[in-house]
Every structure is written in C-alpha cells, then in structure tokens.
Design a protein around this ligand. Structure first.
Ligand code: 13P
Ligand code: SF4
Length: 313
C-alpha cells in the first residue's frame, strides 16, 4: 500500500473502532498526517484524560501510552511500536527510589512524566517539561527529590533555588547537545536566536536565548515568526522533527536545527504501516497492574490539577 492508501485505511478503521490517534510532536511527519491531536507530553496527557473514544492509539513512546492507560483504565490503549521505549524512563526504578525516600523521608517526590508507572506510583506528583518549573516553584519550601532527568531537575533547582536531590537520568538526544554544536550552528547561521529544551546540559542552557519545552519552543516561533529582520532566524535545540515541522509551517523563515544528530530513534519506530497494523490487530495493548495504577494515578492527577490551577502551558 502506498502512503495515501494507508492514510485512507487508517482513517476508515479509526472511525469504525471509535479510536483517537494521539501523536507526540517528535513523531515522523507521515504519522502527523493521521493525528487527531499532536502535542507535547503535557498536552497529550490532557487530551487523553478528556477523550470519549473507546480506543487510544498512542504514537509516541511507552511511558506516554502507559500514562494514558493510568488515566483511562477502561479504554483500550495501543502503542503501535512495541519497542518504542524511552531510555530515560528506564534509568529510574521503584526500588532505588524507595531507598532514596528512606534517606530523605521529608522530601516531596516530583517525577518527570518520562518514567515508568512503578516510579510514578512512588511519587507525590508528576511533571512534564512544560510545567516542571511551576511545580517545583510550588513545592520549593520543602526538600524535593526530582527524578529521573538530572538536567531538567538542575534547571529547576537553579531557577527556583529549591533544595533538590537529583536523580542521575538523562535523555540521550538532548544530553548530546554541546557547546561545539552551538559554535557551529551560530557560525553557519549568524543572527539567529537559540531555543533549547531543558533536557539539555547546563552549559548549553547557560548560553541559550530561550529555554522551553517542545510546545513552548514552538509557541515562541509562532509568536515571533514574521517579526524578525530578513537576516535573523531561529536555531531549534531539541529533537530534529520540531525544526522540520516549524520550517514546513513557516517556509519564509530561517529555521535551523541545532544539530542533526538530535534524533530520538525510539520515537521514529512508529510508521504509518505500524499505525495501520496496530488499529487492525488492536496491538500492542498496554496494561498497568491495578495496585500500581491507583498510586500512579494519584501522582498524575495531582499534576493535572496543579498545572491547571497554575495555568501551565
Ligand atoms: P516534552 O514533550 O514534554 O517537551 O518532552 C520531550 C520529550 O523528550 C518527550 O519524550
Ligand atoms: Fe526519551 Fe529523549 Fe526520546 Fe523523549 S526524546 S522519548 S526523553 S529518549
């Protein structure tokens, strides 16, 4: 089947099965073509929480589909590519977190959504990169354990001054950004503003013009496109799909990826063929053990409620 046929078949199946297709912004452009909703982790969690579809096809990585199942246990949640697993989420485990909690019994545990259900179940509240700063700010009078992303945790620590114990996890895609990448990009594209995701290392964040989550970076470009001088532009310091999507949206603008090595291969495992097969066979279905789900739901709900109250976006 060619791509257009696949898109047609996917749309037919989606209707027949009352399914919704949620797509993370780092997915391939071909997958964007069948999305009911495209967004970052926070927007997708919010969208999943309010869907009335019977089936959710989550085009992203494991922890995202798992979060949807935690929120909506009665729905069938499918991950089209069984091996789309986020390595950062594997860098924390419940047993080590329980050990850390024994060491700091007074601490509030804030866990990045890029984590397993078991780790969320040991946490007080979840956060995403779009609301981490506001959530840390809210708890900054208490000691905080922040897991698993050390760079995002350290960024929140520096901005808010909170007393944070960091976990030693990271995203290999953003962790690989270097000062060298910035010198090259700034040399090749002078007069461009540098926008960077907070999963990046401190030395990179220190020289960025703007630090923000995937959606915040995209919003910055939305708000500034058409306002720059002809020789100015944007350097996008996050997964390469974002620069591609923004350039497609704003063909007149100068938009460059900070580095072409910033590819999340786990995100790219999902293809149109896999979305089609997933809907057809209703696989791979995601399950979360009920006692874990109930505890993880408390931490996820706490995030959804607090970020609504704080107006995070
Ligand atoms: P956001 O979608 O929260 O920006 O996070 C980026 C990411 O790495 C997703 O896995
Ligand atoms: Fe995980 Fe990084 Fe890929 Fe996001 S971009 S899924 S954090 S490896």
């Amino acid at each position: 089947m060619d791509k257009n046929e696949l898109i047609e078949k996917i749309n037919e199946l989606k209707k027949k099965k009352n399914a919704v297709i949620l797509v993370h912004s780092y997915q391939r452009q071909e997958v964007h073509a069948v999305a009911d909703f495209i967004g970052d982790s926070l927007a997708l969690a919010r969208e999943a929480a309010k869907t009335d579809a019977d089936m959710i096809v989550f085009c992203g990585v494991d922890f995202m589909a798992e979060s949807a199942k935690i929120l909506l246990p009665e729905k069938k949640v499918l991950l089209p590519s069984e091996d789309a697993k986020c390595p950062m989420a594997m860098m924390a485990n419940a047993e080590s977190l329980r050990e850390m909690k024994k060491k700091y019994p007074e601490a509030v545990v804030i866990t990045y959504i890029n984590s397993s259900a078991e780790v969320k179940a040991e946490s007080d509240i979840v956060c995403t990169s779009a609301n981490a700063l506001e959530i840390v700010e809210f708890y900054k009078d208490k000691k905080i354990i922040f897991t698993p992303d050390k760079h995002l945790g350290n960024y929140c620590k520096e901005v808010t001054g909170a007393d944070i114990v960091l976990w030693d996890g990271y995203c290999y895609v953003h962790d690989e950004f270097s000062i060298g990448d910035i010198y090259i990009a700034k040399h090749e594209h002078p007069n461009c503003v540098l926008l960077v995701h907070p999963e990046s290392p401190k030395d990179v964040l220190d020289i960025a013009d703007f630090i923000g989550s995937t959606s915040q970076i995209m919003r910055f470009v939305d708000e500034n496109a058409g306002k720059l001088d002809e020789d100015e532009g944007f350097i996008i310091g996050t997964e390469v799909e974002i620069g591609k999507a923004l350039q497609k949206k704003y063909p007149e603008e100068r938009i460059y990826n900070l580095a072409e090595h910033a590819v999340c291969t786990q995100m790219k495992r999902t293809t149109l063929e896999k979305v089609y097969e997933s809907l057809m066979e209703e696989e791979t279905e995601i399950f979360v053990e009920e006692s874990i789900r109930i505890k993880a739901l408390k931490a996820l709900d706490a995030m959804l409620e607090l970020s609504e109250k704080l107006g995070s976006k």
